[in-house]
Design a protein around this ligand. Sequence first.
Ligand code: FMN
Length: 373
Amino acid sequence: MTTTPPAPGATPDAIPGATPGPLAAPGWVEELAARADAALPDYVSGYFHSAAGDGTCAREGVADWDAFRLRPRVLHDTSEVTTATTLLGTAVSSPLVVAPMAQQVAARPEGEVLTARAAAARGHLLGLSTNTGARFADVAAEGAPWWYQVYVCRDRSVTARLVERAAAAGARALLLTVDTTSLAVEGPRLDPSNWVESPRKNRTANLTPAEVEAAGPDGLAMALDLTPDVIGWLAEESGLPVLAKGVLTARDARRCVDAGADGVVVSTHGGRRLGPSVTSAHALPEVLAEVGAEVEVHVDSGVRAGHHAVAALALGARAVHVGRPVMWGLAADGADGVGAVLDQLQAELVTCLRQTGFAHQRDLTPADVVRRA
Ligand SMILES: Cc1cc2nc3c(=O)[nH]c(=O)nc-3n(C[C@H](O)[C@H](O)[C@H](O)COP(=O)(O)O)c2cc1C
C-alpha cells in the first residue's frame, strides 16, 4: 500500500492513508468491542474477551506496547510511504496480519469467509484456526493469502489430513501453536465445546463425518505431549514452512529454529495462556536477539494502534498480528467491520511511519524506539 502526501492546500494534518474513518475517534477499539458485545450472546462475547487468570497479561500486553516511545528522525523523504513487504516469500500490502481465531462462525455465520474477504480486498494475510467452522475451499476462494494454524490433535492422523488438505487448498504456511497447554477460558459456559447453540463451531468442518467418528472426541482433542520434532513432521506432511506461534523466550525460540521452524511468532495468545506471563513486548527483544538473524520473527497480543505496530517493527519484528479487534469488527459489521479495523490500523501505521520519518518499515531500527522509564 503506497500513499502520497496531502494535495496543495490541504490542511497539514490531513495525511493520506490516515483519512479518519468511522473508527478513528480515540477509544475506537473499546467502542467497537461494546458494539460487538451488544450483538452477541453473553457466552460468545465473554469468550472473545476472555483472558487467563485475572487478566494481568492481557492488560499488561496492551500497556507494554503503550510504554514505547519513538525517536522521530527528520530530513528523510517521506513523500511516499509504502508498507508492502513479503512474509515468508508471500507478497502482502502490509505487515499487519489477521491472527487466527477460533469460533468466528459465532461472530457471523460465514465466519472466516468474511474475514478473508476483507483481508483479500486490502492485501493482508490471515491465519485460519484449526478450530474454524469454515471450509478451507470457501476461505481460499476469497483470494487472500492465508496460513493454517495447527493445533495438533491426539490422533495425529487427523492433523496429518488437515494440514495436507490446507496445503492443497492453498495455505502458504503453517502456524503451529505451541502455547496452549490448557484452556484460558474460565467456566463451562465460556468453553465453546459446550455451545450447543452455535453450529459448526469446532475443528470438524474440514473432516468428513466418518473421519470425525473414527477419531472420536479423544482423538480430536489437543495433544499435550508435543516436543520440537513435531515441527519437522508437520513440514514433511504438508510441504509447507512452519512457524512456531506462542514463543516467549530466547531458549524456546532456539529450540524451535534448531528443530526446523521457518519463523517464530512471539505471542501470549492475547493474554489467554497464563495470567502472570511476561508480555510479548517484553519477550520480543530476546527472541529477536537469539533467532532474528535466521528466521522471520512475528509478534502479536495487545496490538491496538499503529504506533504499537511501529514499535514492534522497529524492534525487528517482520509482521504484527492482530486478534480481538478483527473479531469485534466481524461481529459488529461483518466483512465491512473487519475492513474498517484493517483500514484504521493501516492508516495509523502509515501516519506513524511518516511522522517518525520513515517511508518504509524496513528502515526502522531498534535505535528508533525506547521504552519509557
Ligand atoms: C476469540 C479468540 C480465539 C482465538 N483462537 C485461537 C486459535 O484457535 N488458535 C490460535 O493459535 N490462537 C488463537 N487465538 C489467539 C490469536 O491468534 C492471537 O494470538 C491473539 O488474539 C492476539 O492478541 P490480541 O487479541 O490481543 O490481538 C484466539 C484469540 C481470541 C481472542
